[in-house]
Design a protein around this ligand. Structure first.
Ligand code: ATP
Length: 268
């Protein structure tokens, strides 16, 4: 098993506006992620999940410790990591095809190859028939599939996903979860996926890292082993419910603690 990503004693603080103190968003994060692994990160609101992903994306730097990718410290963004956010961030004046090609323009892929590759990835997300549509002609789920295709098109080793399905309705979300698992199996990418949804975490993850409330630390890492071939609807299987309950229990105390912190933070 090759370690792809390593968080080594990672902490991150931010200046507090109007004061000299600093807010500790993350503290002492130690986490190894293997190549090709699908890791999901869950935690109470404001516990530092996005901060963790930003550090991996190279959009921020740790205040302590190191984030290693292939054994080398992350020093900035790179095409070896693709990012998908909750908001699709598509260019409205470009077609689906044009949006997927956009990411390739920055990486210097020749024009004809760009077009071919964009088509290939639109096919992978089942949108080949919608290549010439503009974002306003696509549903939320389709837009997010375009965003996924765009991130995959320049073939990053790692896919970072920050609540990518949170804005979608339940049915669309479930079908995109299936699609993402299919893409993951087919491409062998290392995926780090952030969510608030316990079901989503259990369904998608090989491992689910549960963070504490702020400052975010690793509370527990749960290995998910579901026999997906055994049940037609794995989400209704008893083993699924057991994992859901395990993670719910881990999160419950933390959510209460986070709410308490929030109350204390409100000025009297
Ligand atoms: N650039 C910044 N400057 C100051 N504080 C920040 C900055 N970015 C994040 N924070 C603070 O760090 C903490 C963690 O934020 P972060 O967005 O990582 O949490 P999260 O777990 O992703 O939250 P949510 O689940 O609500 O999306 C929060 O208290 C947030 O206000």
């Amino acid at each position: 098993m090759t370690t792809k990503i390593r968080f080594e004693g990672v902490g991150r603080t931010f200046p507090v506006r109007g004061g000299r103190e600093r807010l500790t968003a993350l503290e002492s994060i130690d986490l190894d992620i293997a190549e090709g692994e699908f890791t999901v990160v869950v935690g109470p609101s404001g516990c530092g999940k996005s901060t963790l992903l930003d550090l991996l994306a190279g959009l921020g730097t740790p205040s302590s410790g190191r984030v290693l990718l292939d054994g080398r410290p992350v020093t900035g963004p790179g095409v070896d990591r693709g990012i998908v956010f909750q908001q699709y961030a598509l260019l409205p004046w470009r077609t689906a095809q044009g949006n997927v090609e956009f990411g390739l323009e920055a990486t210097g892929v020749p024009k004809r190859e760009r077009a071919e590759r964009a088509r290939e990835y639109l096919e992978l997300v089942d949108l080949a028939a919608f290549a010439d549509r503009h974002p306003h002609e696509l549903s939320g789920g389709m837009k997010q599939r375009v965003a996924i295709a765009r991130s995959l098109a320049y073939d990053p080793d790692v896919l970072l996903m920050d609540e990518p399905f949170a804005a979608l309705d339940a049915q669309t979300r479930e079908s995109l979860q299936d699609e993402l698992r299919r893409i993951w199996r087919r491409t062998g990418k290392t995926i780090v996926f952030i969510t608030h949804g316990i079901d989503e975490a259990v369904y998608l993850g090989q491992r689910v890292a549960v963070l504490t409330s702020r400052p975010g630390r690793i509370k527990s890492v749960v290995d998910i082993q579901l026999d997906r071939s055994a049940a037609e609807d794995i989400r209704s299987a008893p083993e699924f419910a057991r994992y859901r309950h395990e993670i719910w229990t881990l999160l419950h105390d933390e959510v209460v603690r986070a709410q308490q912190l929030e109350k204390e933070a409100v000025p009297a």
